[in-house]
Design a protein around this ligand. Structure first.
Ligand code: ZN
Length: 245
Protein backbone atom coordinates (compact mmCIF):
# COMPACT_ATOMS: atom_id res chain seq x y z
CA UNK A 1 0.00 0.00 0.00
CA UNK A 2 1.31 3.43 -0.93
CA UNK A 3 -0.10 6.39 0.98
CA UNK A 4 0.01 9.97 -0.31
CA UNK A 5 -0.08 12.16 2.79
CA UNK A 6 -0.96 15.87 2.73
CA UNK A 7 -1.33 18.43 5.48
CA UNK A 8 -1.98 22.14 5.97
CA UNK A 9 -3.28 22.97 2.50
CA UNK A 10 -4.72 26.23 3.87
CA UNK A 11 -6.85 27.20 0.89
CA UNK A 12 -3.87 27.29 -1.48
CA UNK A 13 -5.27 25.65 -4.61
CA UNK A 14 -2.17 26.29 -6.73
CA UNK A 15 0.04 24.44 -4.24
CA UNK A 16 -2.49 21.62 -3.85
CA UNK A 17 -2.81 21.07 -7.58
CA UNK A 18 0.98 20.97 -8.01
CA UNK A 19 1.20 18.35 -5.25
CA UNK A 20 -1.62 16.25 -6.73
CA UNK A 21 0.05 16.40 -10.13
CA UNK A 22 3.34 15.20 -8.61
CA UNK A 23 1.54 12.44 -6.71
CA UNK A 24 -0.19 11.24 -9.89
CA UNK A 25 3.17 9.69 -10.87
CA UNK A 26 3.67 8.01 -7.47
CA UNK A 27 1.28 5.01 -7.79
CA UNK A 28 -0.67 6.14 -4.71
CA UNK A 29 -3.29 3.66 -3.44
CA UNK A 30 -4.78 5.81 -0.73
CA UNK A 31 -4.65 9.49 0.19
CA UNK A 32 -4.61 10.83 3.70
CA UNK A 33 -5.23 14.46 4.63
CA UNK A 34 -4.10 15.69 8.05
CA UNK A 35 -6.24 18.80 8.39
CA UNK A 36 -6.13 22.58 7.97
CA UNK A 37 -7.60 22.42 4.49
CA UNK A 38 -8.73 26.04 4.92
CA UNK A 39 -7.54 29.27 6.55
CA UNK A 40 -4.92 31.78 5.17
CA UNK A 41 -5.40 31.05 1.44
CA UNK A 42 -7.99 32.38 -1.00
CA UNK A 43 -9.48 29.11 -2.28
CA UNK A 44 -11.04 27.32 0.69
CA UNK A 45 -14.05 25.82 -1.12
CA UNK A 46 -12.04 24.62 -4.12
CA UNK A 47 -9.47 22.98 -1.82
CA UNK A 48 -12.22 21.27 0.17
CA UNK A 49 -13.78 19.96 -3.05
CA UNK A 50 -10.42 18.51 -4.14
CA UNK A 51 -9.88 16.76 -0.81
CA UNK A 52 -13.45 15.42 -0.68
CA UNK A 53 -12.98 13.99 -4.18
CA UNK A 54 -9.66 12.43 -3.21
CA UNK A 55 -10.27 10.57 0.05
CA UNK A 56 -12.44 9.99 3.09
CA UNK A 57 -9.31 9.62 5.25
CA UNK A 58 -9.33 13.19 6.53
CA UNK A 59 -8.94 14.66 10.00
CA UNK A 60 -9.62 18.12 11.41
CA UNK A 61 -7.10 20.90 11.98
CA UNK A 62 -7.42 23.94 14.23
CA UNK A 63 -8.04 26.30 11.29
CA UNK A 64 -10.82 24.03 10.01
CA UNK A 65 -12.48 24.39 13.39
CA UNK A 66 -11.84 28.14 13.60
CA UNK A 67 -13.52 28.63 10.21
CA UNK A 68 -16.76 27.07 11.49
CA UNK A 69 -16.73 28.66 14.93
CA UNK A 70 -15.81 25.39 16.67
CA UNK A 71 -12.55 26.94 17.96
CA UNK A 72 -12.31 30.40 19.51
CA UNK A 73 -10.02 32.60 17.39
CA UNK A 74 -8.85 34.47 20.49
CA UNK A 75 -5.77 32.24 20.40
CA UNK A 76 -4.99 33.27 16.78
CA UNK A 77 -2.73 36.14 15.78
CA UNK A 78 -4.31 39.11 14.02
CA UNK A 79 -3.71 37.81 10.48
CA UNK A 80 -4.82 34.25 11.19
CA UNK A 81 -7.96 35.59 12.88
CA UNK A 82 -8.73 37.87 9.94
CA UNK A 83 -8.26 34.96 7.54
CA UNK A 84 -10.49 32.73 9.69
CA UNK A 85 -13.28 35.32 9.65
CA UNK A 86 -12.94 35.71 5.86
CA UNK A 87 -12.96 31.92 5.38
CA UNK A 88 -16.04 31.62 7.58
CA UNK A 89 -17.89 33.96 5.19
CA UNK A 90 -16.77 31.99 2.10
CA UNK A 91 -17.62 28.46 3.21
CA UNK A 92 -20.70 26.80 1.76
CA UNK A 93 -23.19 25.14 4.17
CA UNK A 94 -21.99 21.73 2.87
CA UNK A 95 -18.37 22.69 3.50
CA UNK A 96 -19.21 23.81 7.02
CA UNK A 97 -21.03 20.56 7.76
CA UNK A 98 -18.17 18.53 6.33
CA UNK A 99 -15.57 20.28 8.50
CA UNK A 100 -17.74 19.97 11.60
CA UNK A 101 -17.87 16.18 11.29
CA UNK A 102 -14.15 15.46 10.83
CA UNK A 103 -12.51 13.35 13.55
CA UNK A 104 -9.37 14.40 15.46
CA UNK A 105 -7.47 11.18 14.73
CA UNK A 106 -7.47 8.26 12.34
CA UNK A 107 -5.98 4.77 12.54
CA UNK A 108 -4.96 3.01 9.33
CA UNK A 109 -3.15 -0.27 9.98
CA UNK A 110 -0.18 0.65 12.19
CA UNK A 111 -0.35 4.24 10.98
CA UNK A 112 -1.78 6.81 13.40
CA UNK A 113 -2.82 10.22 12.04
CA UNK A 114 -3.40 13.42 14.00
CA UNK A 115 -3.13 17.12 13.10
CA UNK A 116 -1.01 18.50 15.96
CA UNK A 117 0.14 15.89 18.51
CA UNK A 118 -1.00 12.50 19.83
CA UNK A 119 -0.73 14.09 23.30
CA UNK A 120 -4.17 15.71 23.65
CA UNK A 121 -5.10 16.04 19.94
CA UNK A 122 -7.81 18.58 20.80
CA UNK A 123 -5.31 20.99 22.40
CA UNK A 124 -3.42 21.76 19.16
CA UNK A 125 0.07 21.57 20.71
CA UNK A 126 2.96 22.59 18.45
CA UNK A 127 5.39 19.68 18.42
CA UNK A 128 8.57 21.74 18.35
CA UNK A 129 10.98 20.09 20.79
CA UNK A 130 12.37 16.70 21.77
CA UNK A 131 10.69 17.10 25.14
CA UNK A 132 7.30 17.46 23.45
CA UNK A 133 8.18 14.60 21.09
CA UNK A 134 8.88 12.34 24.11
CA UNK A 135 5.49 13.27 25.52
CA UNK A 136 3.89 12.57 22.12
CA UNK A 137 5.53 9.13 21.88
CA UNK A 138 4.20 8.29 25.35
CA UNK A 139 0.70 9.32 24.26
CA UNK A 140 0.81 7.38 20.97
CA UNK A 141 -1.57 4.40 21.20
CA UNK A 142 0.11 1.00 21.65
CA UNK A 143 0.79 -1.00 18.53
CA UNK A 144 1.39 1.97 16.24
CA UNK A 145 4.83 2.22 14.61
CA UNK A 146 4.27 5.52 12.86
CA UNK A 147 2.41 8.72 13.63
CA UNK A 148 1.99 11.31 10.88
CA UNK A 149 1.03 14.90 11.64
CA UNK A 150 1.37 18.52 10.50
CA UNK A 151 0.42 21.78 12.26
CA UNK A 152 3.86 23.47 12.56
CA UNK A 153 4.32 23.62 8.76
CA UNK A 154 7.91 22.45 9.31
CA UNK A 155 8.65 18.95 8.00
CA UNK A 156 10.69 16.68 10.23
CA UNK A 157 11.16 13.19 11.61
CA UNK A 158 11.34 12.09 15.27
CA UNK A 159 12.54 8.59 16.11
CA UNK A 160 12.29 6.64 19.33
CA UNK A 161 14.14 3.36 19.83
CA UNK A 162 12.33 0.90 22.10
CA UNK A 163 15.56 0.44 24.10
CA UNK A 164 15.93 4.17 24.74
CA UNK A 165 14.13 6.63 27.01
CA UNK A 166 14.53 9.68 24.80
CA UNK A 167 13.59 10.42 21.21
CA UNK A 168 15.86 12.05 18.67
CA UNK A 169 15.37 14.08 15.51
CA UNK A 170 16.38 12.42 12.24
CA UNK A 171 17.98 14.97 9.89
CA UNK A 172 16.63 13.51 6.66
CA UNK A 173 13.64 13.66 4.35
CA UNK A 174 13.74 9.93 3.64
CA UNK A 175 13.23 7.20 6.18
CA UNK A 176 13.48 3.42 6.19
CA UNK A 177 11.39 2.28 9.16
CA UNK A 178 13.21 -0.07 11.55
CA UNK A 179 11.17 -2.60 13.54
CA UNK A 180 12.74 -1.60 16.88
CA UNK A 181 11.80 2.07 16.47
CA UNK A 182 8.66 4.17 16.49
CA UNK A 183 8.39 7.36 14.48
CA UNK A 184 6.55 10.67 14.48
CA UNK A 185 6.72 12.36 11.09
CA UNK A 186 5.70 15.93 10.41
CA UNK A 187 4.88 15.90 6.70
CA UNK A 188 5.16 19.69 6.33
CA UNK A 189 2.65 22.00 4.69
CA UNK A 190 1.21 21.98 1.19
CA UNK A 191 -0.07 25.55 1.19
CA UNK A 192 2.09 27.59 3.58
CA UNK A 193 5.55 26.09 4.30
CA UNK A 194 7.44 27.74 7.16
CA UNK A 195 10.88 26.13 6.97
CA UNK A 196 12.38 28.69 4.59
CA UNK A 197 11.62 26.55 1.52
CA UNK A 198 8.63 28.01 -0.35
CA UNK A 199 7.93 24.78 -2.24
CA UNK A 200 4.85 22.72 -1.28
CA UNK A 201 5.56 19.66 0.90
CA UNK A 202 3.98 16.21 0.80
CA UNK A 203 4.80 12.71 1.96
CA UNK A 204 4.67 9.23 0.45
CA UNK A 205 4.65 6.18 2.73
CA UNK A 206 5.10 2.69 1.25
CA UNK A 207 3.87 0.15 3.82
CA UNK A 208 5.38 -2.82 1.92
CA UNK A 209 8.87 -1.34 1.72
CA UNK A 210 8.44 0.34 5.13
CA UNK A 211 9.83 3.46 3.50
CA UNK A 212 8.72 7.06 3.78
CA UNK A 213 9.74 10.19 1.92
CA UNK A 214 8.95 13.89 2.35
CA UNK A 215 9.17 15.64 -1.02
CA UNK A 216 8.91 19.26 -2.19
CA UNK A 217 7.42 20.60 -5.39
CA UNK A 218 7.41 24.11 -6.87
CA UNK A 219 4.09 25.72 -7.68
CA UNK A 220 2.66 28.95 -9.06
CA UNK A 221 3.25 31.14 -5.98
CA UNK A 222 2.43 34.36 -7.88
CA UNK A 223 -1.12 33.25 -8.71
CA UNK A 224 -1.76 32.16 -5.11
CA UNK A 225 -0.45 35.55 -3.92
CA UNK A 226 -2.55 37.44 -6.43
CA UNK A 227 -5.73 35.65 -5.28
CA UNK A 228 -4.97 36.44 -1.62
CA UNK A 229 -4.54 40.14 -2.40
CA UNK A 230 -7.61 40.23 -4.68
CA UNK A 231 -9.69 38.68 -1.89
CA UNK A 232 -8.67 41.50 0.46
CA UNK A 233 -6.87 39.13 2.82
CA UNK A 234 -3.85 40.52 4.75
CA UNK A 235 -0.92 41.19 2.41
CA UNK A 236 1.51 39.43 4.75
CA UNK A 237 -0.28 36.13 3.95
CA UNK A 238 0.63 36.60 0.28
CA UNK A 239 4.17 37.78 0.98
CA UNK A 240 5.17 34.92 3.25
CA UNK A 241 4.47 32.34 0.52
CA UNK A 242 7.46 33.65 -1.45
CA UNK A 243 9.82 33.00 1.46
CA UNK A 244 8.33 29.87 2.95
CA UNK A 245 7.93 31.64 6.31
ZN1 ZN B 1 -1.83 24.79 9.61
Amino acid sequence: MRYGILSDIHGNLEALDAVLEALADERIDRYLCLGDMVGYGASPNACLDRVIGLTTDVIAGNHDHAAIGKLDIASFNQFAAEAARWTMRQLTPEGRRYLAELPYTRRLGDLYAVHASPANPEDWTYLTSLWLADEAFDAMPRGFALCVLGHTHVPGIFEKRTTQDRSRQVPAATLGLESECRYIVNVGSVGQPRDGDPRAAYCVFDTGERRLEITRVSYDVETAQHKIRAAGLPDVLAERLAYGK
